[in-house]
Design a protein around this ligand. Structure first.
Ligand SMILES: Nc1ncnc2c1ncn2[C@@H]1O[C@H](COP(=O)(O)OP(=O)(O)OP(=O)(O)O)[C@@H](O)[C@H]1O
Length: 368
C-alpha cells in the first residue's frame, strides 16, 4: 500500500442484530502429509485452519488479516466451499452447508462468490469478457430479464469498464481492469456474500485504491456482505466494519474496527498495527504510532507451538502460555463483540492513552 493511497470513508451503519448470513463454528482444515515406503500413509498434517468461529452479517464487510501462511486463503476457500472442511460447521442462512454436495450446494452456489488475488490467472485467456462473465450465469441457470448479454453489459458498466468491450480478451486489459472483470463476473450472479481473497495485492499500488473503492461502492449499493482477506491492515481498516486477526490457523482477536485499531488487546494485533504504514483517509489526522518489531519466524503449521501459538514470538509470554491455550473471550475492558485469545493481554492502546485501563484478572494477579 502506498502512503499516497486515498480511500473513501467506510460506513458504520450495518445492523449487528438478527441472523448472521454465514456462521462458522470450530472450522478446521488439516492437509494430510503422506509419506512412507512402499505403502504411503499419513505421517502428519498441515494445520492450516484449526477450529475457528466467526459470523458474517448480511451486508457487512468482515476483514480477515494475518501474515502469509496463517490460513486466510484456506478459510476463504472453506467458506465458499471450494475446500472440504476436516471438522466444524458452516451455516449459510441457517442451513448447514459444511459437507453439502455439489447438488446440494446448487441452490446457494450463485449467492456465495469469490474474487481471487491474481487477475491474470483467474481469467481464461481464451475466452472473451462476455463469456467469462456469462458462463457462470449459464452454469447456474440464471436468465435475467432482457437476457444475459444485457446483464453482462450492465455489469461491465457497474465496474467502470466500457460495455462495448464485451468481445475483447483478457490480455487486452490492464491488471486493474482484469480485476474489474473478476468483480463483474462475481456480481453478475447477484451474490449475497463475496469472499475477496487479497483482491488488490497483485495490482499496481497506483490502482489498488481504485479497486478497493469499487468494491466498497458495490458493497454499499448492492448490500452484498464481504469477507475481505488481506495481510494489509490499512486496506481492511477502510473496508471492513469488523475484522478478525489470524495467527497460525487460529483467530487471536476479533471485534469492530474501532476496538481493534484503537484498543488492540492481543500482542500480535498490537504488533501488526504498529507495523502498518497508515493509508491516508480523507480528513484523517496524523498520529504518532509506536513500533513493535516481531522477533523470529512464523512457526510451522505442521508442528505448531503448544498452548498459545503466538508465544514463541511474544514478548509477554509466561509458562502458562505454553501449557494452556487461551480461549477467545471478551476480556475485562473490551466492548461487546471484541474477543481476545490471550492470557496476558495488552492494555489496549496503540497511541498512548490517559484513562485508566482495567486489566485482565490474570495480568492483575501477575502484577501483584
Ligand atoms: N493444498 C494444500 N496442501 C498442503 N498445505 C497447504 C495447502 N494449501 C495451503 N497449505 C498450507 O496451509 C497453510 C495456510 O495457507 P494459506 O494459503 O491458507 O495461508 P494464507 O494466510 O492465505 O497465506 P498467503 O497470504 O501466503 O496466501 C500454509 O502453511 C500452506 O502452506
Amino acid at each position: 500500500m502506498s502512503e499516497e493511497l486515498t480511500l473513501t470513508k467506510p460506513q458504520d451503519d450495518v445492523p449487528r442484530s438478527g441472523e448472521p448470513l454465514m456462521k462458522v463454528e470450530g472450522l478446521t482444515k488439516h492437509f494430510p502429509i503422506m509419506g512412507g515406503f512402499p505403502f504411503k500413509r499419513q505421517v502428519g498434517a498441515v494445520q492450516a485452519v484449526d477450529g475457528i468461529d466467526l459470523s458474517v452479517m448480511p451486508g457487512e464487510s468482515f476483514g480477515l488479516v494475518g501474515e502469509s501462511g496463517c490460513g486466510k486463503s484456506t478459510t476463504g476457500r472453506l467458506l465458499t466451499r471450494l475446500l472440504e472442511p476436516t471438522r466444524g460447521k458452516i451455516s449459510y442462512r441457517g442451513r448447514d452447508i459444511s459437507h453439502a454436495s455439489r447438488k446440494e450446494m446448487a441452490p446457494v452456489r450463485s449467492e456465495i462468490q469469490m474474487i481471487f488475488q491474481d487477475p491474470y490467472s483467474s481469467l481464461n485467456p481464451r475466452q472473451t469478457v462476455g463469456s467469462i462473465i456469462g458462463n457462470p450465469m449459464e452454469v447456474n441457470g440464471i436468465n435475467p430479464p432482457g437476457g444475459r448479454e444485457k446483464r453482462i453489459r450492465e455489469m461491465l458498466e457497474t465496474v467502470g469498464l466500457n460495455p462495448e468491450h464485451y468481445n475483447r480478451f483478457p490480455h487486452e486489459f490492464s491488471g486493474g481492469q482484469r480485476q474489474r472483470i473478476g468483480v463483474a463476473r462475481a456480481l453478475a450472479l447477484k451474490p449475497k456474500l463475496i469472499v475477496a481473497d487479497e483482491p488488490v495485492s497483485a495490482l499496481d499500488v497506483s490502482i489498488q485504491a481504485q479497486v478497493v473503492n469499487l468494491l466498497q461502492q458495490v458493497q454499499r449499493d448492492m448490500g452484498i456482505a464481504f469477507v475481505f482477506i488481506a495481510h494489509d491492515l490499512a486496506i481492511v481498516r477502510h473496508f471492513s466494519q469488523r475484522l478478525a486477526v489470524m495467527y497460525l490457523g487460529k483467530i487471536v482477536e476479533v471485534g469492530d474496527r474501532d476496538s481493534i485499531y484503537q484498543r488492540p488487546r492481543h500482542p500480535y494485533t498490537h504488533a501488526l498495527l504498529s507495523a502498518v504504514p497508515e493509508a491516508k483517509l480523507e480528513d484523517s489526522e496524523d498520529e504518532q504510532r509506536e513500533r513493535i518489531r516481531l522477533a523470529g519466524d512464523v512457526p510451522s503449521p505442521i508442528n505448531p507451538p503448544s498452548g498459545c501459538r503466538f508465544r514463541t514470538r511474544c514478548w509477554k509470554a509466561q509458562d502458562k502460555c505454553a501449557t494452556e491455550e487461551p480461549p477467545l473471550v471478551q476480556i475485562t475492558g473490551n466492548t461487546a463483540g471484541h474477543l481476545t485469545a490471550c492470557h496476558f493481554p495488552e492494555e489496549g492502546s496503540t497511541t498512548g492513552r490517559d484513562e485508566e485501563i482495567v486489566l485482565d484478572a490474570a495480568l492483575k494477579a501477575m502484577e501483584s
